[in-house]
Design a binder for this molecule. Structure first.
Ligand SMILES: Nc1nc2c(ncn2[C@@H]2O[C@H](COP(=O)(O)OP(=O)(O)O)[C@@H](O)[C@H]2O)c(=O)[nH]1
Ligand SMILES: [Mg+2]
Length: 377
């Protein structure tokens, strides 16, 4: 059985598009006084500088809806919380109405899943009116129960942020979590710049708060917690391998090794969606070609397996022209890990999509795969 590399790459792209289309929409309200750093936070946490480049549309007097094509996320940005009691009260009811609207729609894609209330750590104090607002809000939110996270923005001093957090903790506000964040590097003086942080923690908490079905979306839209993307992607690999090559999986004849391809296509697509990177057919083709070590348009299942065995003798035994479930699992895991590494490097800007077809990049991908095979043996 032959596989055609261009076809496999197309299948990956189709599967990626299908998975993206099926992602549930995540809806978050971001509240806080003007200047506390809401827009900076949004740009830090989510991909594509959403607060700057997204389309903003006023939905009420004080709420603006921000969306962007192909990002399954809606941010409701509030303004005016600094404008005194009456405006604050009005904003509170606009938010509660928005939450109820989502609930009545009985559509998970329209529900408000979380509220981030931002307080500026640099200002050193939570003002009395904010404490009041949060108390009243949580009272009104008793039936709707939308989780609230207090984000302590501009927390360039970790020590100060900790102190501030402890203080707010002692107020016993009904919030799910209090998370210090520095959304942008902060230059303290010529010699010292505080590095942005807090994204990993905020995303971890979001992951705990949101239901299972929103996790693929969360990973797709976030860019501030690469470690968690990797962890999640590894979970995809593990699940794929256990589901496909569970104990008792019959050996596959070499010639039919291509039968494993659909499983691997699905795995690659899920990982791509988790990373939220723009991956085209060229990238997938370079990846497959470099791993299989072939320049040909088609390749036989038997050749794939023997090429991989050549890459690392001892990865599997060639007995009776079969590969065991165990060997197939090792190969699939290495493939998944190599692809995760590629995605990670692309996220960090260490590999550029345009360079992927270069000889150096191909060799690098092959080396990663080889290393992973070695690890899994
Ligand atoms: N260095 C640094 N500056 C920040 C941070 N957060 C906000 N700022 C700055 O504070 C100002 C107000 O931030 P912005 O996000 O526009 O606040 P918003 O009105 O709540 O949306 C801008 O000049 C930002 O650059 C941060 O984490 N680090
Ligand atoms: Mg703003």
């Amino acid at each position: 059985m032959d596989i055609n590399i261009s076809d496999v790459a197309s299948q990956c792209i189709n599967e990626i598009n299908k998975k993206i289309k099926n992602l549930k929409n995540l809806n978050i309200i971001v509240a806080g006084k003007t200047g506390v750093g809401k827009s900076t936070l949004i740009n830090y946490i989510f991909r594509e500088q959403l607060a700057e480049t997204g389309i903003g549309k006023p939905v009420t007097q004080h709420i603006q809806k921000i969306t962007k094509k192909d990002i399954p996320l809606t941010i409701y940005d509030t303004k005016g919380l600094e404008l005194g009691r009456d405006t604050q009260k009005q904003i509170k009811s606009e938010i509660i109405d928005k939450i109820k609207e989502g609930l009545y729609a009985k559509d998970e894609n329209k529900c408000i899943h979380c509220i981030w209330y931002c307080i500026n750590t640099a200002s050193d104090r939570i003002e009395e009116d904010e404490i009041e607002w949060i108390k009243e809000f949580t009272e009104d939110n008793k039936d709707t129960q939308v989780p609230i996270i207090l984000v302590l923005t501009k927390s360039f001093s970790k020590a100060k942020a900790k102190e501030f957090k402890n203080y707010i903790d002692s107020l016993n506000l009904h919030v799910c979590a209090i998370v210090p964040v520095l959304a942008m590097d902060y230059e303290i003086d010529d010699d010292y710049t505080a590095k942005a942080y807090g994204g990993e923690e905020l995303i971890e908490i979001m992951g705990e708060l949101l239901g299972e079905e929103l996790i693929p979306t969360l990973q797709n839209v976030q860019k501030a917690a690469i470690k968690q993307k990797i962890k999640y992607a590894r979970g995809i690999v593990a699940t794929t391998v256990t589901a496909t090559f569970a104990e008792g999986f019959a050996p596959v004849p070499f010639a039919d090794a291509a039968l494993l391809v659909p499983t691997q296509v699905t795995m690659i697509a899920s990982i791509t969606v988790a990373f939220g990177l723009k991956v085209d057919k060229g990238i997938i083709t370079s990846f497959i070609t470099s791993i299989l070590g072939t320049a040909g348009a088609t390749i036989a299942g038997r050749t794939i397996v023997s090429n991989i065995f050549k890459l690392l003798p001892g990865v599997g035994t060639i007995v009776g022209g079969m590969i065991s479930g165990g060997t197939a699992a090792v190969i699939t895991t290495a493939l998944g890990e190599a692809y995760i590494k590629l995605m990670e490097k692309m996220c960090l800007g260490e590999i550029k999509a345009v360079d992927l077809s270069s000889k150096e990049a191909m060799t690098e991908m092959k080396d990663i795969f080889k290393k992973e095979l070695k690890k899994k043996q």
